[in-house]
Design a protein. Structure first.
Length: 256
């Protein structure tokens, strides 16, 4: 049995991953942004070990969640599922961060850097990462005209870059990125062709599977198959720029 934390798991793909892992006998800790959503998650998966809660759109919330996670001890795997889509407009958080970048990129970085290192890390990517801009010239959209779709594409590119950078940095952790596909969730919309169960199965497999194909590191996966992400993901200079930038804006150093 494995012990697995899933961020952003009060509904959608995160909750479905929790259901599948729990059904397989694993201990699951869910995450919700507030108490109302935490209670809904408990009702949806009553046998989960715990539900941690914090709004990770702010640095204070990220640190609060990190403290809760650390207090629960070591996990075998962490699935960084938390994320927001591009339909909410241009929102600046109290920290001065663009909200999509804060939730989708900064939060996984902060939680990764400040909580006990698991044996496996999985980051949620998207096929839309291929249209992301790796140059970090204006990640907070301070000078560019707002484009929510582009902001989302950028965030998924950065998530994938972070996963591959960590795989090269931490030899004791199996780190991978997953494109779950276009799935019928609140974010994906009712017209999405993919089924919820199918969208969660790859990250579940990577978090707890023991097949040789699931026990690799530095992979980009879709539908339980490894493929190549876009070229920018493997650019070590671009990876370093991203990590350096995240360290600078958060004041947190990523451990070696």
């Amino acid at each position: 049995m494995s012990r697995i934390l899933i961020t952003g798991s009060s509904d959608g793909l995160g909750l479905e991953a929790g259901r599948q892992l729990s059904a397989d006998g694993h201990a699951v800790v869910l995450h919700a942004r507030n108490e109302a959503r935490a209670e809904a998650a408990r009702q949806s998966l009553p046998n989960c070990e715990a539900v941690v809660r914090a709004d990770v759109s702010t640095l204070a919330g990220m640190h609060a969640l990190a403290e809760q996670i650390t207090g629960l001890g070591t996990f075998d795997a962490v699935i960084h599922n938390v994320g927001v889509g591009y339909g909410g407009g241009h929102i600046v958080t109290p920290d001065g961060f663009e909200r999509i970048f804060a939730v989708n990129v900064v939060a996984p970085f902060v939680l990764t850097a400040t909580t006990p290192r698991p044996r496996r890390l999985i980051y949620l990517s998207s096929e839309m990462h291929v249209d992301g801009n790796p140059d970090l010239s204006d990640p907070m959209w301070e000078t560019r005209r707002w484009n929510g779709v582009q902001a989302y594409c950028d965030s998924k590119l950065y998530d994938t870059m972070l996963a591959i950078a960590l795989a090269g940095r931490w030899s004791d952790v199996r780190v991978n990125a997953v494109d779950p596909g276009w799935i019928a969730t609140k974010m994906g919309g009712a017209n999405a062709p993919g089924k919820l169960a199918d969208g969660a199965r790859t990250q579940v497999w990577l978090a707890a599977g023991d097949a040789p194909e699931a026990t690799v590191t530095g992979g980009y996966f879709h539908d339980m198959r490894q493929s190549r992400a876009c070229a920018a993901v493997y650019d070590e200079d671009a990876q370093k720029r991203l990590v350096d930038y995240l360290e600078r804006i958060t004041g947190i150093s990523l451990p070696d």
